[in-house]
Write a protein that binds this ligand. Structure first.
Ligand SMILES: O=C(CO)COP(=O)(O)O
Length: 263
């Protein structure tokens, strides 16, 4: 089980080429080697590069404690699945995480609940921590968003529950409308939905150690605004500058360094 207080993950999506990915990884690795938030074990960090760059990114983060993972995986473990990458191979490479169900995969690549549930189960049975994205497509009230996201999470865990695949999950609450936006959702909105998701996870004994983090135009300042209302952040564009990652680690340390635990 993870003993950290806060989780800070970054998906590089398809923004960077090889040189910039490796430069970013080396700079964030240097940060992780020296920043007290990471060296003390307070912050669980992970990075999700483009799939072909996973091996050199793993090498860049070796010995830093920063986990590396994929932005997607196949629901199958081997066989005639052209173009897919299995959880089995990701695990063999040294990945510890696999993102599933991002809003962009749903919107642009047609993934539905059934596919995302099967991918979640594939990650868990291969010993990968799923970074399980949930979020409401349209702007609705915080209470309605919470209701929808809890239903979504239950459905996505159902296949893994049926498979008997235990293991913690990192639930990334990402309201679709806040992704790629100028600003994140309001702190009240985020706090309400994350609390409901935490309650849902607490019902599942086999998901002990799971955490709910927020993504969607998250950046420096948000963790401080949210306090202990979230278990961390899932970053996109606003982590492209390694100095922004450093600022977020500073915030995590200021918030939780005295021994307080996030939820
Ligand atoms: O989708 C996200 C992380 O996976 C968030 O991306 P942005 O922070 O760039 O909106």
């Amino acid at each position: 089980m993870d003993a950290s207080a806060v989780t800070v993950g970054v998906s590089l999506k398809m923004y960077f080429g090889q040189a910039r990915t490796l430069d970013w990884s080396r700079r964030v690795a240097d940060l992780a080697r020296t920043h007290q938030a990471v060296t003390s074990g307070l912050v669980e960090m992970f990075a999700l590069p483009a799939t072909p760059l996973i091996p050199p990114v793993l090498a860049a983060f070796a010995g830093t404690g920063v986990g590396v993972g994929a932005q997607d995986l196949s629901w199958a473990d081997s066989g005639a699945y052209t173009g897919e990458t299995s959880g089995t191979l990701l695990r063999e490479l040294g990945c510890r995480y696999a993102e599933v169900g991002h809003a962009e995969r749903r919107r642009l690549f047609g993934e539905d609940d059934q596919v995302v549930a099967a991918k979640t189960a594939a990650a868990l049975r291969n010993g990968l921590t799923p970074v399980l994205c949930v979020g409401e497509p349209d702007r609705v009230s915080p209470a309605e968003a919470a209701r929808r996201c809890v239903t979504e999470l239950g459905g996505l865990l159902a296949a893994a529950d049926q498979d008997g695949a235990p293991g913690r999950v990192v639930v990334a609450y990402e309201p679709h409308w806040a992704i790629g936006a100028p600003e994140p959702a309001s702190t009240d909105h985020i706090a309400t939905v994350c609390a409901a998701l935490r309650e849902r996870l607490a019902e599942d004994a086999c998901r002990a150690g799971s955490r709910v983090i927020y993504g969607g135009s998250a950046g420096p300042g948000l963790l401080t605004d949210l306090g202990t209302e979230v278990g961390g952040l899932f970053l996109g564009r606003f982590a492209h500058d390694p100095d922004a990652v450093a600022a977020i680690l500073d915030e995590a340390l200021a918030l939780h360094g005295a021994g307080a635990r996030a939820r």
